[in-house]
Write a protein that binds this ligand. Structure first.
Ligand SMILES: [Zn+2]
Length: 225
């Protein structure tokens, strides 16, 4: 609601949709716009309001969709349930707060909302950029790589311990094993693994490499001297 208020100061209309927990704030566009530019606007607004954004090293906060600035041809970004669609898990529709809870009233309400144009968006984000580096999956060195030769132990390979992955840009994306242990990351997109070197991986929800290694049953060994 804080975001919604400050969006309205920019004359950006937004619609608050109920959800299983909390809500979703939708902004509608006059024409398809670049995800990278929309993300700059929302991240900048959240930063100015002190609203935490999930994934920037934080396990809690708002989630921003689109989740990626860009994806390569033939690849897919995150799926999202469209407004007034039926949630397949909850088997129900989630209404917007701004109108009576009938489809007609809701659609009429959504159609009435002002849409953001490309010109407006460009003005909002002039001179701004996404705060770096925490918004692109910054990868951290996951394990000490070099093993003494001849000890018979092989390197830890994260890809051998996770389920299916999909390619998003330079990364594989998968469900984070540590998040999964606590029933989180059901979208299966918290863990980013650098394709060109899978020793580099990162959980957007903030799980440490120690947590991830423990979750797959390969805890990081403390070297004994
Ligand atoms: Zn995680």
């Amino acid at each position: 609601m804080k975001l919604q208020f400050y969006l309205s100061q920019d004359t950006v209309a937004s619609a608050l949709e109920m959800s299983k927990r909390g809500g979703h704030l939708w902004i509608f566009l006059a024409s398809p716009l670049l995800a990278s530019e929309c993300r700059i606007y929302v991240y900048d607004l959240a930063r100015r309001l002190g609203v935490p954004v999930k994934g920037a090293g934080l396990a809690d906060g708002i989630e921003v969709f689109s989740k990626h600035d860009a994806i390569a041809p033939g690849e897919f970004g995150n799926a999202i349930r469209g407004p007034l669609g039926i949630h397949r898990g909850a088997d129900r529709r989630f209404w917007f707060y701004g109108a009576d809870y009938t489809l007609e009233a809701q659609i009429e309400y959504l159609n009435r909302l002002r849409r953001v144009t490309e010109d407006e968006l460009r003005k909002f984000i002039a001179g701004k950029e996404l705060p770096q580096p925490e918004l692109s999956p910054h990868v951290t060195r996951s394990v000490s790589v070099r093993r003494r030769s001849g000890n018979g132990r092989s390197e830890f390979r994260i890809l051998e311990h996770i389920g299916s992955v999909r390619k998003v840009g330079r990364n594989y994306v998968a469900r984070c094993p540590s998040c999964a242990q606590s029933g989180h990351d059901r979208c299966g997109d918290n863990l980013a693994i650098l394709i060109e070197d899978s020793r580099f991986y990162h959980c957007w929800a903030g799980c440490t490499k120690e947590m991830i290694r423990a979750a797959v049953g390969f805890p990081i060994r403390v070297p004994n001297h």
